[in-house]
Design a protein around this ligand. Structure first.
Ligand SMILES: N[C@@H](CCC(=O)N[C@@H](CS)C(=O)NCC(=O)O)C(=O)O
Length: 214
């Protein structure tokens, strides 16, 4: 059976769990990292030499890096659904996966760490304003390019949508100022009614702040 290592509160684990649920794959998730520790155990380093989560083991196949895992699961279990059967569809999914990695998540994670994983008394307000504005610009680009499409890769959900849309829950629930992005808000609203997204991505992150603040 497919095994996934990683705590449910990790955004990178959430991408994988959403893909697993959307594909209906039988699996077992094992808590690891954060308060669960275990990342430097020899058997874990043998699975992922970088000592990070998520990692999966699907029979003989071990994969780390969340986007590589999502892509593997889509290719293996989602031909014609999460995995577009034509190269052009996969190119669209890959473009947006790369953008998520190099722009959207890169910018948002800095904001999240500066705001939420830094004790309030150590907040750098100038930095927070700069990072908030940068994320706002990213979301405005996404909104313009999404337009009235159902997903950013064009229609039904593909693996390329997953890293981007996994950011939405935290972005739209943090205490920050956001520009109006009606197309993205409407996509997020639809996703929040989807049980797979709600269960695996809309995971409370309060404990992350509380743990670091004490
Ligand atoms: N680029 C990697 C990043 C992996 C990563 O940074 N994982 C974090 C969790 S989101 C981690 O293992 N942190 C240590 C911990 O949770 O204890 C991926 O997308 O999988």
């Amino acid at each position: 059976m497919l095994r996934i290592w990683g705590r449910a509160s990790s955004i990178n684990v959430q991408k994988v769990m959403w893909a697993v649920a959307a594909l209906g794959i039988k699996h077992k998730r094992i808590d690891l990292g954060g308060k669960f520790g275990g990342l430097d155990a020899p058997e874990q380093l043998a699975r992922n030499p970088h000592g990070l989560i998520p990692v999966i083991d699907d029979g003989e196949t071990v994969v780390w890096e969340s986007h590589a895992i999502v892509r593997y699961l889509a290719a293996q279990y989602g031909n014609g659904t999460l995995w577009p059967s034509d190269p052009a569809g996969r190119a669209a999914a890959d473009m947006w996966m790369e953008w998520a990695q190099t722009v959207l998540q890169r910018d948002f994670i800095q904001l999240f760490w500066a705001l939420y994983r830094t004790p309030v008394e150590q907040h750098d307000h100038a930095l927070l304003a700069e990072l908030t504005a940068k994320c706002g610009e990213d979301f405005k680009s996404l909104d313009r390019l999404l337009g009235d499409q159902a997903t950013i890769t064009g229609g039904t959900l593909t693996y390329g949508d997953i890293p981007i849309a996994t950011q939405f829950f935290r972005y739209f629930t943090l205490e920050i100022e956001r520009p109006s992005v009606p197309n993205v808000e409407s996509w997020y609203d639809r996703l929040s009614k989807d049980t797979t997204y709600a269960e695996h991505v809309m995971v409370d992150y309060q404990a992350l702040r509380a743990r670091l603040a004490h």
